[in-house]
Design a binder for this molecule. Structure first.
Ligand SMILES: [Zn+2]
Length: 435
């Protein structure tokens, strides 16, 4: 609490959140603080939150005690979330990261002194019953026990493109953007000149469209980010061109051996021995690397692309075939050694392992607290701000604590939360500066 307040000015950041209710008895700032702490302390549902709203330790945490005996109902919390101003609630997380940057947390960068964000699609939940105007829809086959299809049902879901800052030490969320359903997509222009007309889009948005919007905003907000790391979905000319135009470098995993420029690189490497062999004694791995610069065979991209292939053999698993990775590299990371390019591409798994897995198993982000497009986003912004604050706290302040608890990051964080919950009940007075 003291860390959040002193270093990141958390109290006033939460206090600046606004919503659309008129003259509310409980301000949007207090509701934002309630949801933030519900996220931080991993309170599993609004039902579980309800009794806490009348408990003094929780009210002290919010800065609402002793004036209030009870904050409000969880219905009020839900209603406020629906009308919360998204820019004002996003500003908490953005403001914290910008403060961390000013405090030189990211100054050294990672490989090649660069700052990397991984982007990927995230689907927190799906439902066959409840839906809202921003739900995406898909048809799923219903199967009998014998595996035969016995019908088709509609499934509603939300999907977001997420940007995560990846680093040797910590992974922090920087931004996310929802994929829009067809009804909410702006019309596009068809034809040219006098015959040009606006037409309605008839498909739900793809991940790359949302990710492009996301990455433009990330670039605008966090000018110090250098490189985007992404999976094979993004291994195409238009996306690389977008990153180029934004001044961002790219490390993109490539899978399709028939697609340029990987096809050309594989052709050139066909009979060549590895260009470099790296023995990683810490990870018990041998890595064979092939490298090819200045490929120009991708017609939808104007610049030069570097291709790197790494074959990783795990020494402790002698019977296992080596795993192969191919990467397309443009911009600043082209100066990295090939083994560093591979390390960056492999770190992309952080986004699935650390972030998405932890968010649904530990942070309750898969639980639908309130099914409403803006309420979902507001809640994610608050929960993810709590996730970032806790991550920064753990790695910058509690380094030895992490070591004491072993190497399992998720378990260390869970243990920390348990201790915070235990201590919450003991606090008699909390010096909470709301100025
Ligand atoms: Zn929905």
């Amino acid at each position: 609490m003291a860390y959040g307040r002193k270093v990141f000015d958390l109290g006033s950041r939460l206090g600046r959140v606004v919503d659309s209710r008129r003259a509310p008895r409980t301000s949007a700032g207090l509701v934002a603080a309630t949801v933030f702490y519900a996220g931080l302390l991993r309170i599993r549902s609004f039902n579980a939150l309800e009794p806490r709203l009348a408990e003094q330790p929780f009210l002290r945490l919010l800065g609402a005690a002793p004036e209030r005996e009870r904050l409000c109902s969880v219905d009020t919390v839900g209603r406020c979330l629906c009308g919360m101003d998204l820019d004002s609630v996003r500003a908490i997380l953005v403001g914290m990261l910008q403060k961390a940057e000013r405090n030189k947390v990211f100054r050294e960068g990672w490989h090649g002194a660069l700052r990397y964000v991984a982007i990927d699609g995230w689907e927190p939940f799906c439902s066959r019953h409840r839906h809202c105007p921003e739900c995406l829809v898909r048809r799923v086959k219903i199967k009998a026990k014998n595996g035969k299809t016995i019908g088709v049902r509609l499934e509603y879901y939300h999907r977001y493109a997420v940007a995560l800052l990846i680093d040797e030490r910590f992974d922090l969320v920087v931004d996310f953007e929802p994929l829009l359903p067809k009804d909410l997509r702006p019309p596009t222009t068809k034809g040219k000149g006098p015959t040009a007309r606006l037409v309605k889009v008839c498909l739900d948005e793809g991940e790359q469209t949302a990710a492009t919007r996301l990455i433009k905003r990330v670039r605008q907000t966090f000018g110090w980010i250098d490189v985007v790391v992404a999976d094979a979905l993004y291994a195409n000319g238009p996306f690389l061109t977008t990153l180029d135009s934004l001044g961002l470098g790219a490390v993109i995993v490539a899978h399709k051996e028939t697609d340029e420029p990987l096809r050309e690189a594989l052709h050139l490497w066909a009979d060549e021995a590895p260009h470099k062999i790296v023995e990683d004694t810490n990870a018990h791995e041998t890595i064979a690397l092939w490298d090819c610069r200045d490929l120009e065979t991708l017609s939808s991209y104007e610049g030069k692309i570097r291709c790197v292939r790494g074959c990783v053999t795990r020494l402790k698993h002698s019977g296992e075939p080596p795993s192969t990775w191919c990467m397309l590299v443009t911009g600043k990371p082209t100066r990295l050694a090939p083994e560093k390019v591979l390390a960056v591409a492999r770190a992309r798994w952080h986004i699935e392992n650390t972030a998405f897995h932890q968010w649904t198993t530990r942070w309750r982000l898969g639980h639908v607290f309130r099914h409403h497009p803006d309420a979902l986003r507001s809640l994610f912004w608050l929960f993810l701000a709590a996730f970032d604050l806790l991550t920064l706290f753990q790695y910058l302040q509690l380094r030895s604590y992490g070591r004491d608890c072993g190497k399992n990051v998720t378990r260390t964080i869970s243990r920390l939360i348990d201790q915070m919950l235990d201590e919450l009940a003991c606090w008699q007075r909390l010096a909470w500066d709301t100025s």
